[in-house]
Ligand binder design. Structure first.
Ligand SMILES: [Zn+2]
Length: 249
């Protein structure tokens, strides 16, 4: 059923990287969860976890190009794992602390840290959210010295809520099977955008998107691509593990 050159699954090396680094992310998240005594420590833990990305990005780059199919899948899978872990950690802390952010601090951050949760695309891919969070931290850093009249503690609580609302928006699209399906399909185009052709160009046009089935009846998407520079063609496939959930509402 598969055409030559079509790929239905990740290489063993890619799967190994995902397993290994998923465990490292979970261990780092557990470690971080033990030290949450204040909003400041929750922010510190979120920052430490965000930095984990550099490790798996580097490790993945030793085996694959991050512009290739396997490399992109490994990074996306680990980004999702990481973001869910940070979201769970912040959520658990905020529920335990039961501190609502002050409306003043919330409004101040909304102004200073835009874009926030409202500006997230409908089906974001992990790296976009990771970037938003890192950017929010960069913008947050000088704010306590800005003389806004707001207490540092209030700003930190509002920041923790701000980050969590971004993460919640993302996690929602990755949890319910139906939204997960649409989010998987949206990701296909993000993969194409990041793929590089052998000629060095990073511009593939999608010539055809087809819903296919393996001989075992498993649905998958096939995208036929053509490089805009050299005209080279290739096909890539994506598993659609949640396709059938759409009919089980
Ligand atoms: Zn090319």
């Amino acid at each position: 059923m598969n055409k030559p050159g079509e790929k239905m699954s990740l290489s063993p090396q890619a799967r190994k990287l995902i397993d290994q680094h998923s465990r490292a992310i979970d261990a780092a998240a557990q470690e971080a969860a033990r030290k949450l005594t204040s909003a400041a420590s929750a922010l510190g833990a979120a920052c430490t976890l965000l930095n984990q990305r550099a490790r798996y990005f580097g490790a993945t780059g030793e085996h694959f190009s991050v512009h290739e199919y396997d490399g992109i899948h490994v990074i996306d899978a680990l980004d999702e794992r990481l973001l869910k872990a940070i979201g769970a950690m912040l959520g658990a802390y905020l529920e335990r602390a039961r501190r609502k952010p002050s409306p003043e601090a919330t409004a101040f951050l909304e102004e200073k840290l835009a874009p926030g949760a409202k500006d997230i695309p409908q089906y974001p891919v992990g790296y976009m959210i990771h970037y938003m969070l890192v950017r929010a931290f960069q913008l947050f850093e000088p704010l306590p010295q800005e003389g806004s009249g707001l207490e540092l503690g209030d700003l930190e609580v509002a920041m923790a809520h701000h980050l969590r609302s971004i993460l919640q928006r993302y996690v929602e699209t990755r949890e319910k099977p139906v939204t997960r399906h649409f989010s998987d399909v949206a990701r296909e185009y993000s993969v194409v955008m990041r793929l590089k052709c052998g000629c060095g160009a990073e511009k593939f046009d999608v010539k055809l998107q087809a819903l296919c089935q393996t001989s075992g009846g498993t649905p998958y998407d096939r995208l036929d691509l053509q490089c805009r520079d050299c005209g080279g063609q290739r096909s890539i496939t994506f598993n659609l593990p949640h396709f059938k959930d759409m009919y089980r509402l």
